[in-house]
Design a protein around this ligand. Structure first.
Ligand code: NAG
Length: 276
C-alpha cells in the first residue's frame, strides 16, 4: 500500500496545481444566479450557467478595463433554445450614456439557426447591430469568441475568422473613455430574441445550460497600467485579407445590418454607415 500511495499522492498534487492555475472564475469574477465551476479531465476549468424559471446566471469581472483583447470559448444550449440569450460582453454600467460591446447569441427552435448579435454602444446609443448566422452548430462543441477593443476600432472574431470591424471616426461617438466591466450572462430574452419575440422560451426544456472555458483578458486595467506587449492588440487593425473575411461573412452569413434598416432610421442612417 505504502508503495502505491506515494506516486498517487504525487500525481494528485500535480492535478491540483494545474487545476488551480486554471481556476479563473472566482479569482477574476463575481457571480450571479446558478453558476457551477468544474474541471475537465485535462484540468481546464469549465463554468456552466443554468437558466430556469427561477434564475438565470452570470459572471462579472472584478476589474474594469479600458481597451484590451478578451476571449472565451462557449458551448451553447443544445436543442430548443428559443427565447434564450447567452452573452459575452463589456459594459460601462447601466446609466444613461453608457458604453457597451456585445456578443449575444439569440437562441432558436430545434434545428433553426442561432443568431450571433454583435453590437456597439457609445454614449447610450446602441442601434448598431450586425447579426450573423453561424457556419457551425454552436452547441455541438466549444468555439472561441473574441473582442478586440482599442482606440482605433472594435474587432469581433469567431474562432480564427474576423466577422466585423467597427471603426472609430474622430467626429462620431466611440467607446474611448469609460472603463468597462466584462460580463457573461444567460437570461430569458423571450420578448426579443427569437423571431423578434414571436417564439418564447419553452420551460419544459429547462434548465438551459451554457458552458464557458478558456477565458483570457489581455487588457489595460482602469486606473492601472497596460500589460507588457499590449501593442499587439492596441494597434490591431484588419489586413486586406482579414477585411476579406469580414466581407465574406457579411455576404454569406449576415442576417441583419442596421445600416440597411431605413425603416428604423427615418431621419437617415447613422453617419458611419456612409463612410468606409
Ligand atoms: C430562427 O429561425 C428562423 C427560421 O429559420 C429564422 O428566421 C431566424 O432568423 C432564426 N433566429 C432567430 C434568432 O430568430
Amino acid at each position: 500500500m505504502a508503495r502505491r500511495s506515494l506516486p498517487l499522492l504525487a500525481s494528485l498534487a500535480l492535478v491540483v496545481a494545474v487545476a488551480s492555475a486554471e481556476s479563473w472564475l472566482y479569482e477574476k469574477f463575481t457571480t450571479d444566479g446558478t453558476v457551477r465551476a468544474d474541471h475537465d479531465a485535462s484540468g481546464q476549468q469549465v463554468v456552466t450557467f443554468n437558466l430556469d424559471q427561477v434564475s438565470g446566471a452570470g459572471f462579472n469581472s472584478k476589474e474594469q478595463y479600458l481597451y484590451g483583447e478578451f476571449s472565451i470559448q462557449m458551448k451553447l444550449i443544445p436543442g430548443n433554445s428559443a427565447g434564450t440569450v447567452s452573452c459575452f460582453y463589456l459594459s460601462s454600467g447601466d446609466g444613461d450614456g453608457h458604453d457597451e460591446i456585445d456578443m449575444e447569441f439569440m437562441g432558436n427552435s430545434s434545428g433553426q439557426p442561432v443568431v450571433l448579435n454583435t453590437n456597439v454602444w457609445a454614449n447610450g446609443d446602441g442601434k448598431k447591430e450586425h447579426q450573423f448566422y453561424l457556419w457551425f452548430d454552436p452547441a455541438a462543441d466549444y468555439h472561441t469568441y473574441t473582442i478586440i477593443w482599442n482606440d482605433k476600432n472594435i474587432l469581433f472574431k469567431v474562432d480564427d475568422k474576423f466577422i466585423r470591424s467597427f471603426k472609430r471616426y474622430a467626429d462620431l461617438p466611440y467607446p474611448s473613455a469609460k472603463p468597462m466591466t466584462l460580463h457573461a450572462t444567460l437570461w430569458d430574452g423571450s420578448y426579443w430574441a427569437t423571431e423578434k419575440g414571436a417564439v418564447k422560451i419553452d420551460w419544459s426544456n429547462a434548465p438551459f445550460v451554457v458552458s464557458y472555458r478558456d477565458y483570457s483578458a489581455d487588457a489595460c486595467v482602469s486606473g492601472g497600467s497596460c500589460p507588457a506587449g499590449s501593442d499587439r492588440w492596441m494597434n490591431r487593425q484588419l489586413s486586406d485579407a482579414e477585411l476579406g473575411t469580414v466581407a465574406s461573412a457579411e455576404s454569406t452569413y449576415m442576417q441583419y445590418n442596421y445600416c440597411e434598416d431605413g425603416w428604423r432610421f427615418p431621419q437617415g442612417l447613422p453617419a458611419e454607415c456612409s463612410r468606409k
